[in-house]
Design a protein around this ligand. Structure first.
Ligand SMILES: Cc1cc2nc3c(=O)[nH]c(=O)nc-3n(C[C@H](O)[C@H](O)[C@H](O)COP(=O)(O)OP(=O)(O)OC[C@H]3O[C@@H](n4cnc5c(N)ncnc54)[C@H](O)[C@@H]3O)c2cc1C
Length: 471
């Protein structure tokens, strides 16, 4: 009897323990399925959907064109499919994010009532969220404690892709359904922004993910310094592949096993991803609530002026060259370098006094690697509402960040057309430097960074006082 394999965040054949289990249970006969579910597709903008679509096309090719596509409520679609192909067992990789977990509980219970068993095996992480604990058995609140425990966990050897499988297809809808059911939930503060697609989306699929890893390995020893320079190819660009599981962190960690500072740092970044999944597992409310409740008292601007400011930030028209270059990188490539993700997030919260959730939504809409755990916790970390020990006082200075990490203005020149003819160091400064004659069409600084920094710190002091008074 065939089994069903429900693909979700594991769009690969190699090192997929849940898929291997489905192959065993079906005695080599497997019906692979992807279900378009509007709960997950509607807040994703065109970029991620395009990347996902091409990932699914590549997966379909490696399944001899037998990938079944369904659209609708997964409980109903899986049951209909199980009846159609005569399967009684469905396999999937575990999902540990809040919406995924509650969907899986509902689907599992519903299938069980109809006599179909849904098995969850493995996770999108090298260590399953919820596994690492402090010495006293509590969840880890800080990264260093998590990393200590995470490093002690055994790293399993990646599995080969199953061979000799007979893939079978059930009734299928067109992959266009994915596009039809995406990008429908745009918040009011986006205004009419958000429908422009990135100029180009990187190639997708399992083979490409492994190629990226191969290409990155020779430079891993230099990663420690190179990872901070957004104008060079110093990072692996594997995040969209980790997001959709065309590569598993086990496969990356077994390849990056050296002891150079670069290799150690790279593993530590993979660990950040696992830490954030763990934080969200224990704190599902972190998707939309501050992890530090004191920060609920922070005064945030939400009026029409705030919306206007948000949109200037979103379009990359702040007049701060490094911020604008980064925001335009997001619009052009559907991806942003980590160094500048921190800068623009800090700018939105601490220089513009806006809600981190607004910025997080903009990121989730545009990023091809948009991942709820890394994104929400990355925003909370930068906004000072999350897991960092000394959170709010770190206010990134946009001019100093440009001087430090883009001294020749290469990143700025690449993305801010108006500044292409302005040499460094002038092009690193607000408005494109003094004497704006040289930068026609570029934007004057929308705020004074130093005044707004003071304002942010004053609001923080006020929030702390208010929190004390309401205790
Ligand atoms: C405000 C903000 C929002 C973010 N949103 C996302 C998101 O939606 N999706 C996402 O995958 N990452 C997010 N990150 C983390 C990080 O910016 C990206 O993972 C990284 O830029 C991806 O590029 P890369 O694959 O070349 O990374 P590399 O430097 O090559 O790192 C390898 C892998 O390690 C992980 N990693 C690296 N840095 C971090 C980090 N700070 N936090 C968590 N994991 C990390 C990623 O999986 C990454 O692919 C966010 C960071 C911030 C500050």
């Amino acid at each position: 009897m065939s089994s069903i394999f429900w693909f979700r965040r594991d769009l690969r054949l190699g090192d997929n323990p849940a898929l291997n289990a489905a192959v065993r249970a079906g005695d080599g006969d497997v019906v692979p399925v992807w279900i378009v579910d509007t709960t997950f597709s509607s807040p994703a903008g065109p970029n991620r959907v395009k990347f996902l679509r091409s990932t699914l096309q590549s997966l379909d090719a490696s399944l001899n064109k037998k990938l079944t596509i369904r659209c609708g409520d997964p409980a109903k679609e899986l049951l209909d499919l199980a009846r159609e192909v005569g399967a009684t067992e469905v396999f999937a990789t575990g999902d540990y994010a809040p919406k995924g977990r509650s969907r899986d509980e509902i689907v599992g219970a519903s299938l069980a009532r109809a006599g179909v068993t849904l098995h969850f095996i493995d996770s999108p992480y090298s260590v399953i969220p919820g596994t690492v604990r402090t010495q006293t058995g509590t969840p880890c609140r800080v990264f260093t404690a998590f990393r200590r425990g995470w490093e002690l966990q055994p790293l399993e050897t990646p599995l080969d892709a199953p061979t000799g499988v007979s893939w079978a297809q059930g009734t299928s809808v067109s992959l266009d359904e994915l596009v039809n059911h995406s990008a429908t939930r745009r918040p009011h503060y986006f205004g009419d922004l958000g429908l422009i697609e990135a100029k180009s989306i990187p190639e997708a699929g399992e083979k490409i993910a492994h190629q990226l890893l191969e290409d990155f390995l020779p430079s891993v020893d230099a990663y420690n310094e190179a990872r901070n320079i957004p104008s060079i190819a110093g990072v692996s660009r594997l995040s969209p592949h980790l997001r959709f599981g065309t590569i598993h962190p086990r496969q990356i960690l077994s390849a990056v096993d050296g002891m150079s500072t670069g290799a150690v740092q790279y593993r530590s970044e993979i660990c950040w991803r696992e830490f954030y999944a763990d934080v969200l597992f224990h704190n599902p409310q972190a998707v939309s609530s501050n992890l530090i409740s004191t920060m609920d008292q922070l005064r945030i601007d939400r009026n029409d002026k705030a919306v206007e400011r948000f949109q200037m930030w979103a379009k990359g028209e702040t007049g701060y060259p490094m911020v604008d270059a980064a925001m335009r990188q997001l619009l052009e490539d559907g991806w942003m370098h980590n160094r500048v993700r921190m800068l623009v997030a800090s700018f939105l919260v601490k220089h513009l006094h806006l809600d981190w959730r607004w910025g997080a939504k903009w990121f989730m809409w545009h990023l091809i690697d948009g991942d709820i755990a890394s994104n929400q916790n990355g925003w909370q970390w930068t906004a000072g509402t999350g897991t960092d020990a000394a959170p709010f006082y770190r206010v990134f200075n946009p001019s100093l960040q440009a001087e430090r990490f883009d001294p020749q203005g290469l990143f700025i020149h690449k993305y801010v057309n108006e500044l292409r003819d302005i040499p460094a160091p002038q092009c690193l400064q607000p408005g494109g430097g003094e004497g704006l004659l040289a930068a026609p069409g570029y934007f004057p600084p929308m705020v004074d960074a130093s005044t707004e920094r003071d304002e942010a710190l004053a609001r923080y002091a006020e929030a702390k006082e208010l929190a004390k008074a309401t205790k």
